[in-house]
Ligand binder design. Structure first.
Ligand SMILES: C[S@@+](CC[C@H](N)C(=O)[O-])C[C@H]1O[C@@H](n2cnc3c(N)ncnc32)[C@H](O)[C@@H]1O
Ligand code: SF4
Length: 390
């Protein structure tokens, strides 16, 4: 069972497929996604994806595949079918333990979900974010709450028995009560997994710009904290397992693909802007659809940048990623795997956070305490920073 594994992931190389198209660009989103009216670009994308997979994928059958975005469900049924034909040409999706597809309420239909399922998708992840009309508007979402509920029902009608729902809390102006209502409305759908993210203000986004100009005021931290704590309590009551800071497994179990990332497993990403990491080498594809497609179609590497991580940096990243997991990480095992003196590199940071009550020691490992969970980004960020020194 993945839950208890705290050592390096041995799940082989996972595959991520990035579909970079969206109906609108949400103001908070810094993912590589574009609003492009001319849908003939979708055909160029599919041709280039085929070419990229042919040269970039040499790793046999992955345990997990994630088709994300952007908005994969934006492709029309014929193109969606072709997307999966292209992927299946290189990777047999039916042989994979977990194949997830992201779907948005405004574009997913029962027909599209059935196409995905028939092609081997066995997990759907739908971005709902909130059920409040004014927050949906604020976030620039292209759907209503009612449409999100109808789309969920359409996924079920297509036979999708493992559906995850993404929600966000901490939307400026949102009250704790409103967040409680969102959570209840999501639970009423009986999803198999929930991701509940605290809205972050990512540099370069429209939302970040609005905050910098003083046009939008982030909520105070106490409200965000109350929402976070309520989420954990309420979802525990309903039997969800808080296996990661923002992720809760119900009947569908954890996201095996994301768990593979958090345990520093190897993965290859294809599509514009997708990043990959294998054995300490990280590379990121060209972001614009046209330049990525041009390279892929010419049989050239589609990467725009690459770096080889130093062992100390890899160890820091392993801690940074792994600390978000409920089970924490075996720091000593990371040190042994990567040949890093973790005591020297990270011992002082660990001791300081243990003394402050944010981290608990557990054999050779560490994990966030209940108090530490509230400071997860800050604490894990310190380890990440220490990986760059020395
Ligand atoms: C990149 S999106 C792709 C999924 C899909 N296109 C959608 O919008 O639902 C994946 C998830 O990341 C979360 N997310 C994206 N930007 C975020 C931000 N700035 N703060 C918190 N969560 C964010 C949202 O919950 C979203 O559903
Ligand atoms: S949040 Fe999803 S729908 Fe919105 S722009 Fe980002 S990827 Fe597209």
């Amino acid at each position: 069972m993945i839950r208890n594994a705290r050592v390096a992931d041995d799940g082989g190389t996972s595959l991520y497929v990035h579909v970079p198209f969206c109906v609108v660009k949400c103001g908070y989103c810094d993912f590589n996604s574009y609003v492009i009216e001319d849908r003939s670009i979708h055909d160029v994308f599919l041709d280039a994806l085929d070419a990229e997979l042919r040269s970039a994928w040499r790793f046999g059958a992955p345990t997990t595949v994630f088709v994300g975005g952007g908005t994969p469900s934006l492709l029309d049924p014929v193109r969606l079918l072709r997307l999966f034909e292209v992927i299946n040409r290189h990777v047999s999706l039916r042989a994979c333990a977990e194949v997830t597809m992201e779907a948005n309420p405004e574009s997913v239909t029962q027909e599209k979900a059935a196409i995905a399922r028939a092609a081997g998708v066995n997990r759907m992840s739908m971005g709902v974010q909130t059920f409040h009309a004014r927050h949906l508007r604020f976030l620039d979402r292209a759907h209503s709450a009612e449409r999100a509920e109808a789309a969920f029902a359409e996924l079920r009608a297509a036979g999708c028995d493992n559906v995850s729902v993404d929600l966000m809390f901490g939307v400026p102006g949102e009250t704790v009560d409103e967040w409680r209502q969102d959570l209840e409305r999501a639970l009423a759908l009986r999803p198999d997994h929930l991701s509940c993210y605290n809205l972050t203000f990512e540099p370069g986004t429209k939302l970040h710009h609005a905050v910098e100009q003083g046009r939008v005021q982030p909520n105070d931290e106490d409200a965000d904290r109350a929402m976070f704590l309520h989420t954990r309590e309420r979802l525990a009551e309903d039997g969800f397992d808080a296996y990661e800071v923002s992720n809760f497994a119900g009947r569908g179990g954890p996201s095996r693909h994301n768990d593979h990332y958090w345990r520093q497993g190897d993965y290859v990403g294809v599509g514009p802007g997708a990043s990959s990491h294998r054995q300490g080498v990280r590379w990121t594809n060209l972001k614009p659809v046209e330049s990525w497609a041009k390279a892929a179609l010419a049989g050239l590497p589609a990467a725009g940048s690459a770096e080889t991580l130093r062992p100390r940096q890899r160890a820091a990243e392993a801690i940074w990623l792994g600390l978000r997991r409920r089970d924490g990480i075996d720091v000593a095992a990371i040190g042994a795997r990567l040949g890093v003196d973790v005591e020297r590199a990270f011992g002082a940071i660990r001791d300081r956070h243990v003394a402050a009550g944010a981290l608990a020691r557990d054999g050779g490992g560490i994990r966030l305490t209940a108090a530490g969970l509230l400071l997860a980004d800050r604490v894990s960020g310190e380890f990440l920073g220490a990986g760059l020194d020395g």
